[in-house]
Design a protein around this ligand. Structure first.
Ligand SMILES: *Cc1c(COP(=O)(O)O)cnc(C)c1O
Length: 361
């Protein structure tokens, strides 16, 4: 069996895989509504969010659809969002804003750079009109875990500006302080740290923030979260959902709970990542960041001297491991390893062993 060390889709557990073959359902029948409600409750459970204040809104699409739904459905017609970029996904938020004609300003950083809090403070002071700040929690481009504590503090200090958080590659594995960070909405997906299959995404939205949006015109038909929330609160769905992937997500969230929640998952990912970091260090392969700056989910490494990414990838694939290339400008210098999915310590030990064989051959 091939071990996927890319950041989703993940290697499935047997129980999640089996859930895919549960009985066929019509999305207008009670059985489907029960399934959808179960997922919505389980999603709130991950971070112990009360259902009076928060809503888990589930729909069909990959993580980008959740980003797009969040941006289009939470920024009102008269609103303006400050988008903080330090990688591919931050820049994707800006693309979404441009396509949908959402008023925005950008605080740009080179990929991988730490977010400059002084510059952020300047932007917040200057742009008193901001309705939201949009930011990636874990920037999967480089593995950097952005410092949301400090960013949220500044947003609170200057006008209590709420956050739109892309938690696509952190939800269920890193701490997300929904209340403390003043989050209006957090976008995520089934097939990353939740260990489900691709096809279902979701936004955890603050109900008060959603309430404000019910009086502003929708920017999109299919991705409008106001429409989804209204229907889902009334035991319905506006469109056909991807039922089999819902089954898988429901099971994956049960499994997450059985295994001790996001905190245990974070510990497990670090256990796996430490095997990789320590093992690769012995082979003189350097991590891109010190541990303090990284997520537990994915770390980037410099390509070993004299080996191209393609050679490394192909040899590892032959040995049963899929690694992930650096994006864009990092294509020729970095490779990435993710711990998501049903991966064991012995899988990671074997990975390090295979790396050793390739380096020393
Ligand atoms: C994976 C990812 C996405 C979404 O990518 P899809 O290919 O649409 O699933 C968005 N943001 C981050 C931070 C991601 O890691």
């Amino acid at each position: 069996m091939t071990i996927l060390l890319n950041p989703g889709p993940v290697v499935l557990s047997e129980r999640v895989r089996k859930a895919l073959t549960k009985p066929d359902l019509c999305h207008r029948e009670q059985e489907f509504i029960d399934l959808q409600n179960k997922i919505k409750n389980s999603l709130l459970d991950v971070y112990q969010l009360p259902a009076e204040k928060w809503a888990g809104i589930v729909f069909t699409g990959s993580g980008t659809s959740a980003m797009e739904a969040m941006m289009t459905s939470l920024v009102p017609a008269h609103g303006k969002v400050l988008i903080i970029e330090n990688g591919v996904y931050g820049e994707r938020l800006t693309k979404i804003a441009k396509i949908h004609d959402i008023a925005h300003v950008v605080l740009h950083h080179e990929w991988g750079e730490e977010i400059d809090l002084q510059k952020l403070e300047g932007e917040l002071q200057y742009h008193k009109e901001l309705s939201h700040v949009a930011i990636i929690h874990h920037e999967t481009t480089t593995g950097r875990l952005n410092n949301i504590d400090a960013i949220a503090d500044l947003c609170k200090k200057y006008g209590n500006v709420p956050l739109l958080l892309d938690g696509v590659s952190s939800f269920a594995a890193e701490e997300i302080k929904f209340e403390e960070w003043n989050i209006a909405a957090c976008a995520a997906t089934a097939n990353k740290c939740c260990h489900g299959v691709p096809g279902t995404s979701f936004v955890i939205a603050n109900r008060e923030a959603m309430g404000l949006m019910s009086v502003t015109p929708a920017r999109t038909l299919y991705l409008d979260l106001v429409t989804y929330l209204k229907n889902q609160d009334n035991n319905g769905t506006p469109f056909t959902q991807s039922i089999q992937t819902f089954y898988a997500l429901a099971e994956a969230l049960d499994e997450l709970k059985d295994k001790g929640g996001w905190q245990k998952r974070q510990q497990q990912y670090w256990k796996l990542m430490n095997i990789v970091r320590d093992g690769l260090q012995k082979l003189n392969i350097k991590a891109y960041y010190d541990k303090e700056d990284c997520s537990c989910v994915l770390n980037a490494f410099h390509l070993p001297e004299g080996i191209t990414y393609e050679t490394l990838h192909d040899k590892l694939k032959a040995a049963g491991f899929i690694i992930y290339a650096g994006q864009g400008g990092f294509e020729k210098s970095l490779f990435r390893i993710s711990c998501m999915g049903e991966i064991s310590e012995s899988d990671m030990e074997r990975f390090v062993e295979e790396m050793g064989k390739i380096i020393n051959s």
